[in-house]
Write a protein that binds this ligand. Structure first.
Ligand SMILES: *Cc1c(COP(=O)(O)O)cnc(C)c1O
Length: 424
């Protein structure tokens, strides 16, 4: 994470002191590096510069308007999974013809909204959904372009919660049934089957599963073309992993090297849906130490950020690096601790059994690799306002989302007269 480094003994995000930001903005807070976002996007883009392609950033990993607009300015589009995500994309000014719409449970309203906006295509996850998109498209009076999401039955060798390409998964349609799905699609009057989609999972750290899936997908496209379906887009999804701890994932160039040979004779536009590989290591979350506490078994460090602010460790037993913001803290004696939050759940931790320098009240900590599935998974559980998001650019920074207020917590709620006893 070259954009997050110690300078003069203090962790910086590019040219901005993290400790100064924490003073000004209070904690917890998310900080992203503009330079990291741009360089990660460009590395991916350049890996595929030799072939027609579209990078649809998986916005479920980070959906701040400023970040969506940044990738759009760089020529990218979006991979969306809900009407709300489409709304964010529209508000950010991302052209709808660069948006692909995935997800197993699209509602009629979401389908109609996407048709009205003119998204590039729907990634269809079941025959039921295919027939429903046809019906809604007929009602709206706009044909729907689609790609069927096939499930190639490839083991991505990642956490089971983020494996999506196995036969037992709820996602996609068995690749062996692709021909019949496209035959069905061809018979539906408001459907244009222009692509094939596949996404096998997330945080994948070797090229093998990608190459295997790409081979199966490319074979499938050839068969569909023989059946005279005009497949012009191959969407290979996202899932390229990043270094959280000691993983050594392939670079985008190595990933491209593994999959491009499978597609080179097809002449399709390749669509990608990278999320984590672009945003993950472009952000940190900063938190402050509140208290220490010890029992016979464990020593706890209690911080002001909880699982509502960053849920990955609690949800996936995910490892995230922890760095003291003041470099001098690194030289204190190390102890094994649990880093826990204020939320009333035993699962509320950001690190477990971690060797950290002895921490004292008011020490600042950076939770590394928090740019993906960090803020987007934050909630108001325990009525905790969500943290602000700050985008650093050189020695400047901009608050791209304000900290929520207590007022935000109760917006839209009301107490009916049959409870208060007041007459209305
Ligand atoms: C989550 C998801 C992605 C992004 O995954 P990353 O691991 O963040 O790259 C892409 N496509 C689909 C369909 C997804 O569900």
């Amino acid at each position: 994470m070259g954009q997050f480094e110690y300078k003069n003994g203090v962790l910086h995000a590019e040219g901005v002191s993290v400790s100064q930001l924490a003073e000004e903005m209070s904690t917890p807070l998310y900080i992203y590096s503009h330079e990291a976002l741009v360089s990660h996007f460009r590395a991916f883009d350049e890996a595929f510069s030799g072939v027609p392609h579209l990078i649809c950033f998986a916005m479920k990993s980070n959906s701040n308007l400023a970040i969506l607009r940044l990738f759009s300015e760089l020529g990218g589009g979006l991979d969306i999974v809900s009407g709300g995500e489409l709304f964010r994309g529209v508000e950010a000014g991302v052209p709808a013809e660069r948006v692909v719409f995935a997800g197993v449970g699209k509602s009629d309203d979401e389908i109609a909204y996407a048709l009205e906006q003119g998204v590039l295509m729907f990634n269809v996850e079941s025959e039921d959904e295919l027939r429903n998109i046809d019906r809604v498209a007929g009602r709206v009076g706009k044909p729907a372009s689609i790609a069927v999401r096939v499930n190639p039955d490839v083991d991505p060798k990642t956490h089971p919660y983020i494996s999506t390409g196995l036969k037992k998964s709820k996602f996609g349609i068995d690749i062996a049934r692709a021909r019949e799905q496209y035959r069905t699609a061809a018979e539906l009057p408001n459907i244009r089957a222009i692509g094939l989609h596949c996404h096998i999972g997330s945080q994948i750290t070797e090229t093998g599963p990608f190459a295997e899936a790409a081979g199966k997908v490319a074979d499938c496209v050839r068969v569909l073309r023989e059946d005279s379906h005009d497949i012009r887009y191959v969407n290979v999804g996202g899932g390229l992993g990043i270094t959280y701890h000691d993983e050594a994932p392939p670079t985008p160039a190595e990933y491209a090297g593994a999959i491009l040979p499978q597609f080179k004779d097809l002449g399709c536009t390749l669509v990608f849906e990278p999320g984590r590989v672009i945003s993950g290591n472009a952000g940190i979350m900063v938190t402050r130490v509140l208290y220490g506490k010890e029992n016979e078994e464990k020593r706890f460090v209690i911080i002001d950020a909880g699982m509502n602010d960053l849920i990955r460790p609690a949800l996936y037993q995910a490892y995230q690096g922890v760095l003291p913001v003041e470099e001098a803290v690194q030289s204190r004696p190390r102890r094994k601790v649990d880093l826990v939050g204020p939320v009333c759940e035993s699962g509320d931790y950001l690190a477990q059994d971690r060797e950290l320098p002895e921490l004292q009240r008011n020490d600042l900590l950076a939770i590394m690799s928090s740019g993906a599935y960090g803020f987007t998974m934050a909630s108001n559980y325990n009525s905790r306002p969500r943290p602000p998001e700050i985008l650093v650019h050189g020695s400047e920074y901009h608050v791209i989302r304000e900290r929520e207020s207590y007022g935000d917590l109760i917006r839209g709620e009301s107490i009916p007269a049959f409870i208060t006893g007041e007459s209305g």
